[in-house]
Design a binder for this molecule. Structure first.
Ligand code: ADP
Length: 456
């Protein structure tokens, strides 16, 4: 096992990784930008290195500085968390060349699956169902021609995509010539790569993803699903397991399919195969995430396994410790993402200083957060403040507990999405489990998501 691990991230996930390391008896090195000097991940690590000014590209994305920090402190491995360098093949390769273990998949795996068009092709060739669509198209003309063949509505996606950027739903032929260049511009700006492909747009699907894990000894397995259908602008807001739409048989089928895909590329470490699930029970590969997910605690609570510790053990060459019998979730688990955003102002990010912080507690309640009273939310990074993870023996119990936990969650000083989440978990459609990926967006446009509407 490693003696020292560098955590190349910030916020709640940096804390999460530091805890896992300490439980394994590993010393930790935190890296931080000048904006994060007062952050808890800096306080709770054994050593810390400032890697530059606040903008991510000068600090958390600054590969030479992070490698130098690892070399100076003698860290044997780097855990990238999620976001930043977690799915950067070049970074994984530089780690390898510097004889530092990258806690994650191999550079080749990141390269193949990180390109969404190539990832689609790879999965299709392994017998994993993919959404009808194209490879990268040359230009708008070819795109339109292929979209006609697929049939509208279609969705344009960036090959280098992530976080919903460079993505446009195209309802009809007439809108295509207008939306193609905007997606292209956004993809170029976000990823430095304007390549786009076109997919059939499924109507009211659910987002159901399978957690997979592979070790260096050739074993690949899955730990069940997470339903992430509650999303806005393609950003997940609430995740749960089991999915209200997944039966035991469907779980087995989706799990087997995900394992076939992951095993086909000899996948190493923690990964997630994202599927869209149609109303008729058919499911299609959308993309693979090659890192720990924001929503991983849902699976941890439902299975009783620590996924971050497992990532580190697998990176150190140990075999997977999970049992070989098919995984069935215990009870029901819901995660809510609390963001520093103002629902009354179009969910605009709202940095500022947290004046009061009181997280909920009680049976079945877990809060993963880096907040404390007096913490300044910097404007430079994503707006995630906390994850509330609530377990119940049934879905009803989990929903009721989530409601009460959200009522008891006090964050003052910055606007948050807590009130919005409270309204979601009170909505009857959510309570019945009858939601799809467009639900939250419709909820907002109905006005149900707004503070003012709720108050009047
Ligand atoms: P990103 O990597 O940018 O997050 P994804 O490919 O994972 O993009 O898609 C994000 C979300 O967009 C999905 O969870 C789903 O809600 C929606 N989506 C993507 N592709 C389709 C499609 N073909 N049909 C319907 N919805 C889609």
């Amino acid at each position: 096992m490693f003696r020292k691990v560098l955590v190349a991230n910030r916020g709640e996930i940096a804390l999460r990784v530091i805890r896992a390391c300490h439980e394994l008896g590993i010393r930790t090195v935190a890296v931080y930008s000048e904006a994060d000097r007062e952050s808890l991940h800096v306080r709770f690590s054994d050593e810390e290195v400032c890697i530059g000014p606040p903008p991510a590209r000068e600090s958390y994305l600054n590969i030479p500085r992070i490698i130098a920090a690892a070399e100076i402190t003698g860290a044997e491995a780097i855990h990238p968390g999620y976001g930043f360098l977690a799915e950067n093949a070049e970074f994984a390769e530089i780690c390898e060349r510097s004889s530092i273990v990258f806690v994650g998949p191999t550079p080749d795996q990141i390269r193949v699956m990180g390109d969404k068009a190539q990832g689609r092709r790879t999965m299709r060739d392994l017998g994993v169902p993919v959404i009808p669509g194209t490879d990268v198209v040359r230009d708008a003309d070819e795109g339109l021609q292929r979209a006609r063949e697929i049939g509208f509505p279609v969705i344009i996606k960036a090959a280098a995509g992530g976080g919903g950027k460079g993505m446009r739903v195209v309802p009809d032929e007439e809108s295509f010539p207008r939306l193609f260049p905007t997606a292209q511009g956004e993809a170029q700006a976000a990823f430095g790569d304007p390549s786009l492909y076109v997919e059939k747009y499924l109507v009211r699907p659910r987002h159901v993803e399978i957690q997979v894990f592979g070790d260096q000894h050739g074993r690949v397995m899955h730990l069940g699903e997470r339903d992430c259908s509650i999303q806005r602008r393609h950003q997940k807001l609430l995740e749960e397991t089991p999915s209200p739409a997944v039966t035991r048989e469907l779980r087995a089928a989706m799990g087997e399919t995900a394992v076939r895909g992951a095993a086909g590329i000899r996948y190493l470490g923690a990964g997630t195969i994202e599927f869209l699930l149609a109303a008729d029970g058919s499911f299609y590969f959308m993309e693979m995430n090659m890192r720990i997910q924001v929503e991983h605690p849902v699976t941890e609570v439902a299975t009783g396994f620590d996924l971050v510790k497992e990532q580190i053990r697998v990176a150190a060459g140990e075999p997977l410790s999970f049992p070989r019998t098919p995984m069935q979730p215990r009870g029901h688990v819901i995660e809510c993402r609390v963001n520093a955003e103002d629902p009354d102002r179009g969910f605009a990010p709202a940095p500022g200083t947290v004046t009061t912080f009181h997280p909920p507690g009680g049976p079945g309640v877990r809060v993963d957060t880096h907040l404390y009273a007096g913490y300044r939310v910097p404007p430079h990074y994503d707006s995630l403040l906390a994850k509330l993870i609530v377990a119940g023996s049934t879905r009803d119990e989990a929903v009721i507990r989530t409601r009460h936990a959200l009522e008891a969650f006090v964050i003052e000083g910055v606007p948050t999405t807590i009130g919005f989440l409270q309204r979601i978990v009170r909505d009857e459609r959510f309570v019945r489990g009858e939601v799809d990926t467009g639900f939250a967006e419709r909820f907002v446009s109905e006005g149900a998501g707004m503070q003012r509407a709720a108050a009047s």
